[in-house]
Structure formats: structure tokens, C-alpha cells
Write a protein that binds this ligand. Structure first.
Ligand code: CP
Ligand code: NVA
Length: 305
């Protein structure tokens, strides 16, 4: 049984397979072809933080594959009254086929997985957001082809998105250029020896963006860090992706953002809405990529057309 708790839980070969299935599943969706390989299968979604894209893409995705979902939030379940995660895992996983969890510390999802009888998917933790990077790498390849040897520039917080991009850099063999304000770099403990050669840190965001094939950023304040909002607004003021920054990247560079975006903070409205931005494709591809992921985790590799 496999889980998808971090991006590096899968091999390059598994990602190649998943992207192939994503293309096929997306084509079926676009041509209204009914495809129900997960008929009668049940996905439990556990949300300890808010969500729009993750909720909709998983719920729509499992339904489109013939299955159903149950949405559980902390406040409405015994999780909110302190039931141990190990007990919740043992109970839920006897009743459903697959579990997606969005929570705080990575250790929570790891504890859940250790006690689960069914595959567990990380729908975002404080440390990682593997489903988003799955969709993002797919989106880059869809627009520009192979990502190997390319420069991906991360501007801003060394957060869950940034550390997941770094895992992807080692697997897909691209370079990650990161510019973060002092004190907001990726936690060193999350960087493996294998990933180090793929990471270059810059103090000036313009230097990080120079010659980039992809420029990407995220909110200054992630979920769970709201008490630091005012301080972060001051600390990140020079870390906005704007037209001037996109101008030093390659002329065919793409702009990505996992969304939700704050126009005028981490990205200017002009860049977010501009011709280099593929943020809406990125969001849509969450649906297709996660359908391929759910199919793979439940059925393994299926014979391809
Ligand atoms: N990008 C992303 O995961 O969005 P949500 O928080 O809306 O799920
Ligand atoms: N880094 C952000 C991503 C939201 C999808 C957060 O964790 O809130």
C-alpha cells in the first residue's frame, strides 16, 4: 500500500505514469466520456484548515471516477474534542477506501498513515503541499515540455510550497532559485543531501528571477501563521512578483501561484492576470492530476489505451 505524504514518496517513473494518466483522464473529462474505475469507492476528506480548490477538486474528482466522498472538519467531528489521531485513523480507514488530510504538522499525517488500512494523501500540511506541486509540474510540462534543466524561481516565504518544489527539483532534475526575506528561508531540516545541489539561495529577488523559466510565489502568511500577519507584511514588502521582475526572467517564462492570491502583496494584479500567468490552468489541473493519483493509489497501474 502506498501513501502520498510528501512529493518524494513517489519515484520519477511513478510521476511519468501519473502524468500520462492525467493527460488521458483530462481528455476523457473534456470529451464528456464517462469513466468510473472507482465505482462505489469512498474517499474521506479531513480538513483541519480551510480550502476551496483542494475540497472541490477531490470531491468532484472522486465523483467523476464513480465514487463518493465524505467531508470531515475538525469542528464537526470528535477530532475537535481531542480524539487521538491514531484512533481516528483506525476507525475511518476500516470504512473507506482512501483518505485525504489537510492539517497542521506533518507528524499528524504521518501518525494517521501509520495506523491507516488505506492510502493517505497529504492535502497540505505546514511542511508540504504535494498535490499542488503534482499539478504544477504537470502544468509546466503541458505548456513548455520537459522541466529538466530549467530554472524555477521561488519568491517569498520558504513555506510548504517551497519545500515541496525543492523535492520536485531533485526528482525532475531542475534548479530551484529561492529568494526569501531573512528569517523566512526553508527550514534546513527539510532539505536532504539529494536536494541540496538543486537549490540556490539569493538575497535579492531580482537576482533569483534572472533567466528563470518559471517564476512562482505564494501568500506571505500561510494558514496557521495568522498571528504573524502584520510583521510579515513588513518583512515581505520587497518580495512582490511584478512586471519588472518578470522582465528579467526568460521571455517565455511562466508565472504560477497555487492560489488564493493577494494582489498587491506577493504578486501584482498585472502579473497574475497577465499573459505569462497560468494560474487558472494550474488550479484546473489539480482535478485531473488528483484523479490520476486516486486511481493509482486504489487500483495501481491500470492498462493504458
Ligand atoms: N491551492 C490550494 O490548495 O487551494 P485551497 O487552499 O483553496 O485548497
Ligand atoms: N502556503 C499556503 C498555501 C495555501 C494553498 C498555506 O499553507 O496557507
Amino acid at each position: 500500500m502506498k501513501h502520498f505524504l510528501q512529493f518524494k514518496d513517489f519515484t520519477r517513473e511513478e510521476f511519468d505514469y501519473l502524468f500520462e494518466r492525467t493527460r488521458e483522464i483530462k481528455a476523457m473529462f473534456k470529451s464528456y466520456t464517462i469513466y468510473h474505475p472507482l465505482k462505489d469507492r469512498m474517499l474521506a476528506m479531513v480538513f483541519e484548515k480551510q480550502s476551496t480548490r483542494t475540497r472541490v477538486s477531490f470531491e468532484a474528482g472522486i465523483h467523476q471516477l464513480g465514487g463518493s466522498s465524505i467531508n470531515l472538519t475538525t469542528g464537526e467531528t470528535q477530532l475537535g474534542r481531542g480524539e487521538p489521531i491514531e484512533d481516528v485513523a483506525r476507525v475511518i480507514s476500516r470504512m473507506v477506501d482512501l483518505v485525504m488530510i489537510r492539517t497542521f504538522d506533518q507528524s499528524i499525517i504521518e501518525r494517521f498513515a501509520a495506523y491507516s488500512r488505506v492510502p493517505v494523501i497529504n492535502g497540505l500540511t505546514n511542511q508540504f503541499h504535494p498535490c499542488q506541486i503534482l499539478a504544477d509540474v504537470f502544468t509546466y510540462i503541458e505548456h513548455r515540455g520537459d522541466i529538466a534543466g530549467k530554472i524555477v524561481t521561488w519568491i517569498g516565504d520558504g513555506n510548504n510550497m517551497c519545500s515541496t518544489w525543492l523535492q520536485a527539483a531533485a526528482i525532475f532534475d531542475f534548479q530551484l532559485h529561492v529568494a526569501s526575506p531573512p528569517g523566512y528561508a526553508v527550514n534546513q531540516s527539510l532539505i536532504s543531501e539529494q536536494e541540496k545541489p538543486h537549490l540556490t539561495m539569493f538575497s535579492d529577488p531580482m537576482d533569483a528571477a534572472r533567466n528563470a523559466d518559471l517564476v512562482t510565489t505564494d501568500v506571505w502568511t500561510s494558514m496557521g501563521f495568522e498571528s504573524e500577519t502584520d510583521e510579515r507584511r513588513r518583512d515581505f514588502v520587497d518580495f512582490q512578483v511584478d512586471s519588472e521582475m518578470m522582465a528579467v526572467a526568460r521571455p517565455d517564462a511562466l508565472f504560477m501561484h497555487c492560489l488564493p492570491a493577494h494582489r498587491g502583496e506577493e504578486v501584482s494584479a498585472e502579473v497574475l492576470e497577465g499573459g505569462q500567468s497560468v494560474v487558472w490552468d494550474e488550479a484546473e489541473n489539480r482535478l485531473h492530476a488528483q484523479k490520476a493519483l486516486m486511481e493509482y493509489l486504489i487500483l495501481g497501474q491500470v492498462s493504458q489505451n
